[in-house]
Write a protein that binds this ligand. Sequence first.
Ligand code: LLP
Length: 408
Amino acid sequence: IKDQNYQIQGIGLTDLAKEYGTPLYVYDGQKIQGQVKQLQDAFSTVKLKIKYATKALSNINILKLMKKSGTGVDAVSIEEVKLCLHAGFSPDEIMYTPNGVSFEEIKEAVGLGVMINIDNIPMLEHFGTEYGSSIPVCIRLNPHILAGGNAKISVGHIDSKFGISILQLKHVHKVVEAYELDITGLHVHTGSDILDADVFLKGAEILFDAAREFKGLKFLDFGGGFKVAYKPGDISTDIKDVGKRVSEAFKNFCKEYGRELEIWFEPGKFLVSEAGTLLTKANVIKSTPASTFVGVDTGLNHLIRPMMYDAYHSVANISRLEGPERVYTIVGYICETDTIAADRKLKEVQEGDILAIKNAGAYGFSMASNYNSRLRPAEVLILDGKAHLIRKRESFDDILKHQVDIGI
Ligand code: LLP
């Protein structure tokens, strides 16, 4: 967003709110392509494969844009696998990283031809029994690194449910040998909102240590987790620095390993967060002895990040470019304390003004629900200076669609 005039690629955001209504998710396609390019450039000296974390924003048009930009995808459910296939990815471009799913679902994914990233020893054994060495497979390791912006999104520590502990590698090797498994890749994902390049280097060292004991690897997967700047004064992961330092270490390791491996990353936020804005309308301005609230036509049902992770999202009143500012607390319309942003200075808000909630591209719509029987918003993608509706606003029919009236 250009803060001066609230446009994306020359299209006014208030015009979009008028045309498509609110609440409305708007995505800047050019920004997404720019982020992909930044990552590609940062790792230009190694064989990089980007596996976009589908869960961050899974509209099929975003997936197609990723494909056009040269990425593959990481999927975490069989439905995401199918969505990626539907969007045009070939099975070999899809990594399937499930957690806690049944072996039935893993078999279904194998049947669809995608790479499986195994997250626990029992499934590795099932895999061995079923496929032996006939299907290459990746192993997700838990690196025992505590990092990430919030306890809920720090997933690489010892007490996390994700991955196979590096302390259990001996057991892994026993299973691999018993079934002659073809381990083609190793994976770690430490968490989300990771600023520090050192965390990725630490992850690299752990992957290298583990990789030394596996013959025949083709790739090492570093997961996602690059931080984007949410708050004013926040900084994003210095992707150039991470690229330079991790590539250097990676090249040295490849020399030692005797083979040029591929390096995989699975970013979600880094690719789509800043490209997304949630437009919402001020329904009511309510002064109380303690605060001035702006009640808007969205809430935790459309953007759960502030409530779930205490996440900070910048908010601007894009209907007012001039005039005085006041301090407001922006709250949702859900029957919960769904504070979107507390104590923020905005241009004086009047009923009907459009507010822009920024940095909402990742884990915004994809975590939206119908709580309070509210409809999920529409989505618009701006591409080459043109706005495209990529998801219709739900209607009341959608609320009833799967309910079965048993006639009582
Ligand atoms: N790879 C794996 C295996 C993951 O579990 C995740 C995120 C990613 C990649 C992508 O991480 P990213 O680059 O987007 O940080 N809903 C939370 C984030 C949860 C992320 C879950 N896994 C949020 O809104 O902050």
